[in-house]
Design a protein around this ligand. Structure first.
Ligand SMILES: O=C(O)[C@@H](CO)OP(=O)(O)O
Ligand SMILES: [Mn+2]
Ligand SMILES: [Mn+2]
Length: 557
């Protein structure tokens, strides 16, 4: 879409601006799943508030939040926060990173672009490193894309390739990391047979190594730096297979999940690391999604860097799969141009003098700011926008499932009452972050808490004669069990139901209302296929404006 040039918002012909503000509340990972059994934590939890909202005629519906409806390559792709918040904030269907990389690989354009030209001089005498999440989850990366890049590099003359892999178990079943390592080893064996020296060099679990986000804990990136770049880790192994088998402790009482494997380094017969990063090497981060690789990108690229002691900062030819932050222009070099997202709702609001209050905790802070604003960091207009980040805990979230929901709720209530804002936008992280741990009891607990927080917020919305729109970005807590593909019965292994840590394909709920919303305003019933991209136009209408014409249609009748 061409960037809009006219940012004037017209008053809505029939819906006037309410007396109070509009609350836009995202319940992260709170899907509306058809399967309502003991493993649907949203269903099991005591949720009197959202239950009551579901029963209001004309003010509840579900929205598509996965697959092609949100710009992902196929309808088998579960939704995720990046695409979800991009769609919610932009009101447009955006071809997402995964799809753009697929296209660039299919056409071969990835191998002729500027990013590729930048790394290729290292192919002859130096090493080409790939760092990223090794799974087919399709949220941050995909193994088929990695395989395509690695094969493409070998065909184009890369003599020495090293892989630094983060194990997943979050977007894919826990325990599957071994399978992805075996597949990768297969591809590497193929290359070795053709004379390319290709090996796995280091790794670790994504939640403790390298893939921190929003600066929640730089120590995570430090551990990754030490393993991938310096070749230092608490564990050394001769091969990745043994590394994962050993670190998972599968036979022990408490096996370690793929998400949390310790950092490890692969060493050769001489016990020296097989693939530290050296001056002149090329480095490719193969994740297409930004949030969890921005910190590593800074460590690789920035001369001035004080987040941890890098000890050694190799001068590399570094590219991202995409440019992860368009404002910071980070990284400078990248393989595939990222989606162009312009004319987002945040920009329109700011250009029309609307005051916004935005709040979440660290884990989701960038979701309601950076992703919401079209992968743009910073403010559109600092005078009009207030962004509040509540620092997240740094423990596994099932150990503290309340997370910062209480604090976010209080901040939201205060903002609604302050009279200072036209829109109050918040995100509750719990159903998603606790859902990812696979801990059913903790997830049920936090769904009830979030429901209670929504109840309190809606009471304040009524008190200030405001309006609300409550929704979610994708499913997660709504299914905590892996299931038989046909019967949908939970899978049982050794007498225990196998937990599901990933997002789901479920649609999400949309609730509207509030004392300031005229009784005749209802959701339309002629858009059964509507998705997250339809929310922004609805938000404009609820704020008394006509939606910009480039956005997907409103959901109001
Ligand atoms: O934790 C994350 O990075 C993803 C899952 O990989 O979750 P979300 O899209 O909800 O941020
Ligand atoms: Mn999310
Ligand atoms: Mn998630």
């Amino acid at each position: 879409m061409a960037a809009p040039t006219d940012f004037t918002l017209k008053p809505h012909p029939t819906i006037s601006k309410g007396e109070g503000p509009l609350l836009v509340c995202v319940l992260d990972g709170f899907g509306e799943n058809k399967i309502k059994d003991d493993y649907n934590a949203v269903h099991v939890a005591e949720t009197p508030c959202t239950d009551a909202l579901r029963a209001v005629p004309g003010r509840f519906r579900t929205l598509k939040a996965h697959g092609t409806a949100v710009g992902l390559p196929s309808d088998d792709d579960m939704g995720n926060s990046e695409v979800g918040h991009n769609a919610l904030g932009a009101g447009q269907l955006i071809d997402q990173g995964a799809a753009l990389v697929d296209k660039a690989l299919a056409s071969g354009s990835i191998f002729s672009g500027e990013g590729w030209q930048y790394v290729s001089p290292a192919f002859g005498a130096n090493t080409l490193h790939f760092i990223g999440l090794l799974s087919d989850g399709g949220v941050h990366s995909r193994t088929d894309q990695l395989h395509g890049c690695v094969r493409g590099a070998a065909e184009r003359g890369a003599k020495r390739i090293r892989l630094h892999i983060l194990t997943d178990g979050r977007d894919v079943p826990d325990g599957s990391s071994l399978k992805f390592v075996e597949e990768l080893e297969g591809v590497l064996a193929e290359l070795q047979a053709k004379g390319c020296d290709a090996k796995i060099a280091s790794g670790g679990g994504r939640m403790g190594v390298t893939m921190d986000r929003y600066e929640a804990d730089w120590n995570i990136v430090k551990k990754g730096w030490e393993a991938h770049v310096l070749g230092e880790a608490p564990h050394y192994f001769k091969d990745a297979h043994t590394a994962i088998k050993t670190l998972r402790k599968d036979d022990s009482e408490k096996p370690v999940s793929d998400q949390w494997l310790d950092p490890f380094v692969i060493v050769g017969e001489d016990n020296a690391p097989v693939g530290t990063v050296q001056d002149g090497d090329a480095v490719v981060i193969f994740n297409f999604r930004a949030d969890r690789v921005i910190e590593l990108s800074k460590a690789l690229e920035y001369a001035e860097f004080d987040k941890f002691d890098r000890k050694r900062w190799p001068q590399t030819r570094f590219v991202g799969m995409m440019q992860y932050d368009g404002d910071l222009k980070l990284p400078t070099n990248y393989l595939v141009p990222p989606p162009a997202i312009s004319g987002t709702s945040g920009e329109f609001l700011a250009k029309n003098g609307q005051r916004t209050f935005v709040c979440s905790e660290t884990q989701k802070f960038g979701h309601v700011t950076f992703f919401w604003n079209g992968n743009r960091s910073g403010y559109f207009d600092e005078e009009l926008e207030t962004y509040v980040e509540i620092p997240s805990d740094t423990v596994p979230f099932n150990e503290a499932p309340d997370m910062k929901a209480r604090e976010i709720c209080e901040a939201g209530k205060a903002a609604l009452r302050s009279g200072k804002y036209d829109q109050v936008r918040i995100n509750f992280a719990n159903p998603d972050m606790v859902g990812h741990t696979g801990d059913l009891a903790a997830t049920v607990h936090c769904c009830a808490l979030v429901d209670q927080c929504v109840k309190e917020l809606l009471e304040v919305v009524d008190e200030v004669k405001g309006r609300f729109l409550v929704t979610a970005d994708h499913g997660n807590a709504d299914d905590m069990a892996q299931r038989d593909k046909k019967t949908k019965a939970p899978l049982v292994q050794e007498g225990k139901v196998v937990s599901l840590t990933s997002h789901t394909l479920a649609p999400v709920p949309l609730f509207i209302g509030g004392a300031g919303l005229p009784a005749d305003i209802k959701l339309r019933d002629d858009l059964p296929e509507a998705g997250l991209g339809n929310v922004a136009a609805t938000v404009f209408n609820l704020m008394g404006f006509e939606a910009p014409s480039h956005m997907q249609p409103t959901l109001l009748a």
